[in-house]
Every structure is written in C-alpha cells, then in structure tokens.
Design a protein around this ligand. Structure first.
Ligand code: 0RA
Length: 695
C-alpha cells in the first residue's frame, strides 16, 4: 500500500484486542489508485504481493516456514502459509472476529514490534483488506486452535460470519481472491514470469523459508483441491511449479546475480547484524566483484526493493569507498603519489545487495522506491564498514584483487575522461545535425512524434514509404550495433550507429543527458522475429538500460510486434502474430491445420489471385487454397503491409518496455550481455521465439 499510516498500538497480548480499528473499505473501491498505485497490470500484481507479504512477515517472525502461491482457474489467486493463522476470536469492542476486522477494516492490524516480530513491514494484515475490497470474491480459511474456520466475501462484504467447518491439526492461513473486473478494467491477466521473478527475489531475502509457486490455471477442480495446502506437498500432481529455498540468503542472491559472470575473487563477503533496541533492527550486506565495469547494487528496506536506493545505499557507498581507501593505503596497494579511489572507482564490477529492516520505515514518495529513514545511513555505514574492513584483513587475496580492480578503474577513468572531453569538445553531439539516414517526421511536437528503429536498409525503405510522415520518423540501423555493456562512453560515441541514434533522440548522453530534449515520445524498436533480430533488440535494450534509463522509466520505449504470418485465401487477407492466432484464423476460414492439401506454405508472397472467368461458375480446388506466408523479416513486407500490420496506430501492437523488477532485468542483461558466450547463445535461442524480452 502506498500510504500506509501507522497507528501503533502498544499491546503485548496479541489477540483480538490488538487490532486497531480505523475505517471501512469504501474509499478503496472509490479510489483504488491511492492504495495500489494503478488498476493496470502493476496494481493487479500488487494484490498478490500484499497477500504474500503478510505470509512472508509471518515467516520472518519465525512462525511460518512454508508458503505457497498458486494461480488458480478463473483468475483466482491462493496464498497459503503454515503460520499461526489469523486470530478468529471475537473482538470485544466491535463484537466481530479478529479475522473479519482484518479482512474488512482499512488499516487494521496488530503492531509487531516487541517480542513476536522483530521487524515491521507495516501493520500485520494491512494489505489484506485492500485486496478484499478490490476482489469480486475472497475467502479466508484459517487453521487454528484445532479447527478450520472459513469466511467468504464479495467486493469486501462478508457473506456470513466466520464458520467452523472442521478440525485440523495444523495452523496456518489460506487466502483466496479473485480481482474484480469492474476495478481492473484493462483485464485480469496474471504474468507467470513476473510472479516467479518477484517471489524468487523474496525467497532470497528470508532465510529458511520455503516458497512454492504453482500454475494451476488449467488444472481440474480436483487438482486444485489436492494441491491446496503446503502440508500436502508430497501429493502434488504434475503441475508447473517452482520451489525456492535459499539457505544462504543474500549470499545465494549474489551467486544468482553472478551466475554468468566471472568473479575476480573467491569469497563472497557477507555480514548481518541485529540490533533489537534500535530502529534499524537489522543490517545485512553481501557482495562480490566480477570482471565487468558496471555495478549491480540492489537495495531493500523491509524486503521492499528500492529502485531509487536511499539512505541505506548512501551509507553503503560511503563506507565502501572509505574502507577500501584505508585498506589500500595500509597495504600499500595504493601509492602515496596516487589519488584516492573515488566512489565510482570502487563500484566498477561490484555485485552487492544491501538489505535493512526497520521498525518504523519512511520512504520518499509514494512508490517506496527510495528509503528516507536517516538512521539507516549511519547504521549501514558502521555495520558494513567494520565487517568489510575485517573481511579485507582476513582475506588478503580477495582484498588485493578488489583493490587492483579499483585502481585500474581509477586509471581507466582518467584516460576515458580525457578522451571524452576531447570528443565532447569537438562537438560530437551538441549542435550536431541530424543523421542523413534518419527520415524525420514533419511535426516538431515530441508528444505526437514516433521514431521506428528498424533493422536493415530494406525494411527501412519499406518503412519510409509506408509511414505516416507527419508523425512517424524512421531510423534504419545497419547490422549489429556495438555491445555497450562493456564499452565506455568515448568508444560508444565512436560508433556511427550509436551516434546516429543519440543525435536522433536529441537527449545527448552521459553527464549532458537531458530527457526534456527527447524528440520523440515513442521510440519503437522494430526488429525481425528471428535470432538476429532478437540479438539486435537486446543490444538496443542494453543501450537504453545502461545509458538512457529515464527513457525507459518515462515509458517512451516500445517494441513493435510485427506479424509472423500472412494468411491469404483469395482476397481474404489476414495476419497472425503467433501460432495460436494462425490456427484461429485458419479455423475461421474453415480449414484445420491438418488439412495440408488445402494449405500452401511459402516464404514469398504470392500475387493476389486475379478473378478468373470461372468465378462463380465452378470453383477449382486451387481457388480455395490458403496461402500462408511466414515472414522472416520486416524487409519482406511491402510498404502497405508494414503500415497495416506494424505501424498504423489503429491496428498495431506495441509492447511497452518497463523495468519493474530490476533484479530480473539484471539477470537477463547479464545473461545476454555478459562474457559468458554459451549461456548467451542458449538464452537467445530459447527465447528467440518470444517476440518480447520482458524487461
Ligand atoms: C494478526 C495477529 C496474528 C497473526 C496474524 C494477524 C496473521 C496474519 C496473516 C496473514 C497471512 N498470514 C497470516 N498469519 C498470521 C497473531 C496471532 C497469534 O498471536 O497467535
């Protein structure tokens, strides 16, 4: 929830009494955005995180160690944990059960400082009511005190009081919900990969928690029932599932991030310090350097990923620089005549995770993207500084490799700065005229301008002819662009293709980057649906990811989705974007795919059949034949086809590129862009068919 306001209730007895009652659920349905951000895909998935967070907090408190998240048929989600179970006893003030209060009251929850919970992610059970309010159906099943208790809701309204429906020797909570299509008007489409990525990351953050994700969307009623509870794990049928359990916690997360990298030292640094008496209850840091120039630092506060960092990250960076300089001087790895290592130098090649837990947490802004709590800075600085300094003393070989890398970075930085200064001084970008290859659009209004980055001159030619020249610009790229992952700014700008792109966008790059100057509010990558196309698209995504993040964050970057097939039956011409659609079109034309006698598959477009004299008299078998053309590249389409299928805003499909899970994006980029060539090959091959790389 974006605006969790805490009203801590000092209470040691943690039963129904400890529930703070605030207000009804109406506001949630009236203004869902206030509680879950959006009613699009982000908000929809947020519902799962809200429910999951409660179970996870139960695990963090040491009360649960097994959680299951299942996607069920009919757009339902079920989250099961083996925790204490939400209390079902009657609340004295309101005369309703604690469960009902938690399910139907905004901001209701027990405060969990004190004994049970060491850490507060907010108020226990807070998000549940919001999810309930936004669900057309919700069900809570509680196993507690030897019984099974159930209550059902519709749009946040209880359908009956809590009922005991049986007995149980387990304890735990099972929440099932079905988001309300009235609220999520864009549709209810859960993204399996996104859910797995998010939950995998969560599993690393909580030690000794087993987390299973199940895809039961097409399962039978019986399968759904059998798999209902984590306790029945062994009975599970053969269902797509992932189970995560990481004993190493953050250490394992570092290994995961670095799986396709070459570490430059053996030991992963790890530290954890708990301080129950302070507001910063725990500080946990893990890191390892790899043979690469970029830095991958991921920061969490109370298990929430902070895309924009914050005080914990600042503390970490300060301490890292200071500790490495101190050690380098002492060990004589940095000579007296040399400058101190800067913050940038020590970050090159680092993979680090900083995770803090606070009793009272403050974020900057609504999205929790940035931690604001000031105490976190000094806490991380002290805890990490002391532990890392000890690590360097105890592991001199690791220390030497790390320092040498930073010293190298220092030297390279100086050389690169000199080179860049001269490039920029020569005016490589500023005031430079637009590249000759760019066919610009007529309008100068960025809001209505689009640029298609197309692969190859032939597709570029078709696109130029087929476009709406008022609003659409075309920039053809020749072949592969430079892999920018490992290249520095000066080398990048020496590449003609990249320079063209940067100049066309108008924003410049590096220190002088300015998003205000962006010339197009839609930058559309249009590459072929083959392995090469996937590679070029990834290279472009890497360029944007590393150097033009604000363009991605601003929602300006898109991937075009050209059709894979053109299906022609006489004059009836249709396009299919994947095999499922192809089958549907054929069916619609009255033909099954097995009916090969009636299907002609070609790589080239056949001329449209001229009406013959026989028309209407006797149809020859040939006249009913269907021609399926598989497009190998955009260059095979003529200008009209390209316009109709890929460029025309009225019909085309665009996929917006978003970074919603930086950890997953890192992994994809590392796999694709890192030094591990075989891994990259196999990734591209196995993903080439997917028209999108979801970053
Ligand atoms: C309030 C109080 C207690 C537990 C919970 C809520 C609780 C909530 C959720 C939501 C999902 N799983 C959950 N597990 C527990 C404490 C109960 C006690 O003192 O026994």
């Amino acid at each position: 929830m974006a605006d969790k306001k805490k009203s801590p209730q000092k209470s040691s007895a943690y039963g129904a009494d400890a529930i703070t009652v605030l207000e009804g659920l109406d506001p949630v349905r009236k203004r869902p955005g206030m509680y879950i951000g959006t009613t699009g895909p982000d908000g929809l998935h947020h519902l799962i995180w809200e429910i999951f967070d409660n179970s996870r907090d139960e695990a963090m408190g040491g009360y649960a160690d097994d959680i299951e998240v299942a996607l069920l048929p009919n757009d339902r989600i079920r989250v099961v944990d083996n925790g204490r179970g939400i209390p079902v006893d009657i609340h004295k003030q309101t005369n309703v059960s604690a469960l009902e209060t938690i399910m139907t009251t905004l901001h209701a929850g027990g405060k969990f400082g004190g004994e049970g919970y060491k850490v507060s992610g907010g108020l226990h059970g807070v998000g549940v009511s919001v999810v309930n309010a936004l669900s057309v159906y919700a069900r809570a099943e509680i196993h507690r005190d030897g019984g099974v208790y159930v209550q059902e809701y519709a749009r946040g309204i209880k359908q009956a009081s809590v009922k005991k429906i049986g007995s149980s020797s387990f304890t735990g909570t099972i929440i099932t919900f079905e988001p309300d299509i009235e609220i999520f008007k864009e549709g209810i489409k859960f993204d399996w990969n996104r859910i797995v990525a998010h939950l995998r990351q969560q599993a690393y953050l909580v030690k000794d928690m087993r987390l299973t994700v199940l895809d039961l969307r097409t399962a039978s009623e019986k399968e759904v029932k059998t798999e209902k509870q984590v306790y029945l794990r062994d009975l599970r049928l053969n269902t797509p599932s992932m189970t995560f359990y990481f004993e190493g916690g953050l250490r394992s997360l570092i290994t995961f991030y670095n799986q396709h990298q070459k570490p430059i030292h053996k030991n992963i640094f790890y530290c954890e310090r708990l301080d129950i008496d302070s507001n910063v209850v725990s500080v946990e840091v893990a890191l390892q350097y790899v043979d690469d120039i970029s830095a991958r630092i991921t920061a969490f506060a109370n298990n929430t990923y902070n895309a924009e960092g914050g005080t914990h990250l600042t503390g970490f960076k300060t301490s890292l620089t200071r500790t490495l300089n101190t050690y380098a001087r002492k060990a004589n790895l940095l000579k007296e005549s040399e400058d101190n290592l800067t913050g940038d130098d020590v970050l090159e090649g680092i993979t680090a995770v900083v995770s803090v837990k606070l009793r009272e947490v403050q974020f900057e802004g609504q999205t929790k993207a940035k931690l604001g709590s000031v105490e976190a800075q000094s806490a991380v600085q002290t805890v990490f500084g002391e532990a890392f300094s000890m690590f360097l003393e105890e592991n001199p070989d690791d220390a030497k490799q790390i320092i040498n890398k930073s010293v190298l970075a220092l030297k390279a930085r100086k050389a690169a700065k000199a080179a860049k200064d001269s490039v920029l001084r020569k005016g490589a970008l500023e005031g430079m005229t637009l590249p000759g290859k760019l066919a610009d659009c007529q309008t100068k209004k960025a809001e209505e301008s689009e640029v298609f980055i197309v692969e190859g001159d032939s597709a570029g030619g078709s696109a130029k002819m087929g476009r709406d020249r008022r609003t659409q610009a075309i920039l053809p790229l020749r072949g592969k662009i430079l892999n920018v992952e490992r290249a520095r700014l000066d080398r990048m700008l020496a590449s003609e293709e990249i320079k063209n792109l940067v100049v066309a966008m108008g924003t410049a790059i590096g220190d002088v980057f300015n998003i205000e100057k962006l010339r197009y509010h839609k930058i559309i990558i249009a590459t072929d649906a083959d392995v090469d196309g996937a590679h070029i698209r990834t290279l472009l995504l890497t360029l944007f990811f590393r150097h033009f993040m604000p363009i991605i964050e601003g929602g300006y970057l898109y991937i075009a989705q050209p059709p894979l097939y053109k299906i022609a039956k006489g004059k009836d011409i249709r396009y299919a974007y994947d095999d499922t659609e192809k089958a549907a079109v054929l069916k619609d034309m009255g033909i099954t795919e097995a009916d090969t006698a009636q299907i002609e598959e070609t790589d080239e477009s056949l001329p449209a059949e001229e009406p013959t004299e026989e028309e209407g008299v006797s149809k020859t078998p040939r006249a009913t034949k269907v021609n399926i053309q598989r497009y190998k590249g955009l260059g095979e389409m003529n200008p009209e086809e390209l316009w109709e299928t890929t460029m025309n805003p009225a019909h085309r499909v665009l996929k917006q590129v978003r970074i919603d899970d930086a950890a997953e994006a890192h992994r994809v980029f590392e796999t694709l862009m890192g030094t591990d060539v075989p891994a990259r090959k196999s990734f591209i091959q196995s993903n080439a068919k997917l028209a999108n790389i979801d970053v």
